[in-house]
Each structure stands twice: as C-alpha cells, then as structure tokens.
Design a protein around this ligand. Structure first.
Ligand SMILES: C[S@@+](CC[C@H](N)C(=O)[O-])C[C@H]1O[C@@H](n2cnc3c(N)ncnc32)[C@H](O)[C@@H]1O
Length: 252
C-alpha cells in the first residue's frame, strides 16, 4: 500500500518530536540527542557549497535574490543559503522541526521558516524564487506527491531561475526483504510494532526511501517547462544507494 499523506506528516512530526537532528542526519553515534549543533550546522555549509559551486559554474549571480529550501527540517541548509542570498524561506511539513529551526535561527534576519501541511505549494506565487532547492527530502515522499511538488518547483521558479535538488535512483540492496519485514512489524498487535522499533532503532517511527530514475525526473520537469543543465552522481542517500544531484533552469 502506498504511504498516505497523513502518514507521511505523522512520521515527520514524531521524528521531529523525538530527536530532530538525528532524524535528519542519522549517524549511528549521534542518536538520542548526541549531535552537537555547531557540528551539525557545519555539515549544512558543506552541502550548500557543493550546490553553490555548481550554480556558479552555470553563471548564477554572485548573490541570489529569493531562495526556497523545500523540506528544510530545522534549517541546517536554509541557514547555509543565507550566505548566498538576500532572503531564504524554509518550508517543512513537520511542526516540531519548524519550531526547533525557528529557535536555532532566532537571531538571523534574512530567513523565514514556514509550516506547510498540504500536498502542494500554493502558498507561494508563480515565479517567486530565484532558486528552488531541496536536499534529502523528495527521497522520503511517495512519487504520487513528489511529482506534484516538482511541478510546483517549476511554477514558483522565476523565469531565468534555477531548481536544484537530489534524488536517489536505485538501491544496491534488495528492497523485498525490508518490505516484508516492515509489513510484519506494522501488523504486530498491542503496540509491539512501536516497542520493537524503539528497541532496534531508537525510534518508534520509520521513514521510507523512494527511488526515482532520472528519465522520469527529466520527462516531468521538461514537461513543466524546465531545462536540464546538469546531472551528477550522488550518494547523499547512503553508500548503498545510487542517485543524482540535478540542476534545472527555467528559460528567461
Ligand atoms: C531528512 S530531513 C532533511 C532536512 C533538511 N533538508 C536537511 O538536509 O537538513 C527530511 C525533511 O523533509 C521534511 N518533509 C517530508 N515530507 C515533506 C513534505 N511533503 N513537505 C515538506 N517537507 C517535508 C521532513 O519533515 C524533514 O524535515
């Protein structure tokens, strides 16, 4: 059964309540609040730098106007983008993530975090952003919803602006056994499913990973009026996955 939108939202609300930094970057030794905030935010600078270098190679301006960080979490990458933009908006489905993010960047002037618990981005105007960006987010959203967001990225991107994101395309591990195991655990009675997950993973909720071939991404975004500028190999979703970092542009 494909994951429902309500379940997606509940999953990220629970993860944001339990251990938000670890839910975002799940390093085994950082479980249970063991991420140091400085170290966590530093990883955001490194990721944004990679996209920034790519954008600069494609002659984006030295400073961007409006940037959107879709699936901003606690603002790890939103904050890093403030170095390269006049204003950055972060948007996320999870209230606890947004609340934690607002605390982290209370002193930062050119940034705003917004909650959006809908399957579209109608809260933003056509052509509002110079850059629409998303990293390690679309991989957790079933294609049924991810494709709507990608079309929305194209709509809210300014003519002449950019859309940059990452998506895994396949896993080197078979997905069959994990799916069967997950189904069995989901159907354990008396809350044993949550107890099992807390014991095995340190969290009672589990997020899904979705894989999308680049041909599907390209067909959709070209149909939405964007041009592919660059695609490079990427392993942000884990060593056992293959994926791509994408850069698209909306014709001026
Ligand atoms: C792995 S975290 C990444 C957070 C951030 N991009 C980063 O790298 O620091 C995934 C984030 O996507 C958010 N998310 C999941 N589905 C979403 C949706 N439909 N709309 C907006 N945010 C969503 C989650 O709440 C979570 O904060």
């Amino acid at each position: 059964m494909p994951e429902s939108f309500e379940r997606l939202q509940k999953t990220w609300e629970s993860l944001g309540d339990e251990d938000p930094l670890w839910a975002i970057l799940s390093e085994p030794d950082k479980k249970a609040g063991r991420w140091q905030l400085d170290e966590f935010l530093q990883t955001g600078n490194q990721t944004v730098e990679r996209y920034w270098q790519l954008l600069r190679r494609h002659k984006c301006p030295e400073i961007l106007g409006q940037v959107l960080d879709f699936g901003c979490g606690v603002g790890r990458l939103t904050l890093a983008w403030t170095l390269h933009a006049q204003h950055v908006t972060g948007v996320d489905i999870s209230q606890p993530m947004i609340e934690k993010g607002r605390q982290i960047m209370a002193e930062q002037k050119n940034v705003r975090l917004e909650l959006n618990q809908t399957d579209n981005l109608s809260m933003f105007r056509d052509g509002q952003f110079d850059l629409v960006f998303s990293h390690i987010v679309l991989q957790h959203i079933p294609w049924k919803y991810a494709q709507t967001y990608l079309r929305e990225f194209a709509r809210i991107c300014k003519p002449g602006g950019w859309v940059a994101f990452q998506l895994p395309s396949r896993s080197h591990r078979s997905q069959l056994l994990p799916r069967i195991r997950r189904w069995i655990i989901d159907h354990l009675p008396f809350g044993l499913d949550m107890a099992w997950r807390r014991w095995r993973r340190g969290s009672s909720v589990l997020f899904n990973m979705h894989f999308t071939p680049p041909s599907k991404v390209k067909a959709l975004l070209e149909d939405a009026g964007l041009q592919e500028m660059h695609r490079e190999f990427d392993k942000s979703a884990g060593e056992e996955t293959e994926g791509f970092l994408y850069l698209y542009r909306k014709p001026a």
